[in-house]
Design a protein around this ligand. Sequence first.
Ligand code: CP
Length: 311
Amino acid sequence: MPLTSKHLLGLHGVPREDIQMILDTATTFREVLDRPIKKVPTLKGKTIVNLFFENSTRTRISFELAQKRLTADTINFSTSTSATKKGETFKDTVRNIEAMKVDMIVVRHQSAGVPQFLTRISDANIINAGDGRHEHPTQALLDMYSIREKLGKLEGLKVCIVGDVAHSRVALSNIYGLQAMGAQVSVCGPATLIPWQIEKLGVKVYHNIDKAIKESDVLNVLRIQLERDAGVSIPSTREYHKYFGVTKKRIDNFNKDILILHPGPINRGVEITSEVADGPYQVILNQVTNGVAVRMSVLYLLGTMNTNNLR
Ligand code: CP
């Protein structure tokens, strides 16, 4: 069965079956990454452009690697070396790139809604690699993949997203995706970093990290996004760490197995200590490896589908 959309703009409204298919297909590609020759000809002849208007390490390299592993032709666009610096508009930039016969566009942008806008001005498959504070669907998919890989399931698990939920695009995609897969999602942080009325999304709210650790199977720990003015929402990063930092001592208090995820980049000593970030409960680098397989899966499923009659 094909996916129900020719784009991946977010996980809001994406059916469970689509997520299941992406994760299951990623399992096949994960195996390819362990082979001596890590390449398959699946997207040979397809051209994919990575439009990154905002900084990225993991997502950009991971998408590029996924495209190369699938034998697609890859082009990287960077704002600092492009004609946008000469005043060219976003729309003109995209139309010119598309005129070169591009099949798929992976886009990261500081403004929410840019991937959606692209679907109106381009015929290519559009994949959201993070738009403002809105969504980051492939991050949530690789988070779900990594949880499922370690714990064998998503259904019924209690997953708590800890930290700067208010400025996060990872949080919203995780909430939508995990709920679609039957997990119980909660958030934990100071009231100033938790969006107002988030409970309406069916999410439990903790303001006490110890209680969140005690009642959860998985913690997905988020960075304080100082570049998005999160600093004005807390007295200091030191105080944040004192009340909400994920530490070994806090985990050891409950003498239980808990899985620790972090999308990166990590601010060590703020939202998480090095002892936990490098410790036995975390799967942080597994997430990065799995990210390549999950992105291969998304590119493959979108790039090979018959797009007639799809939204
Ligand atoms: N997790 C994530 O999106 O990291 P980058 O900003 O490095 O891509």
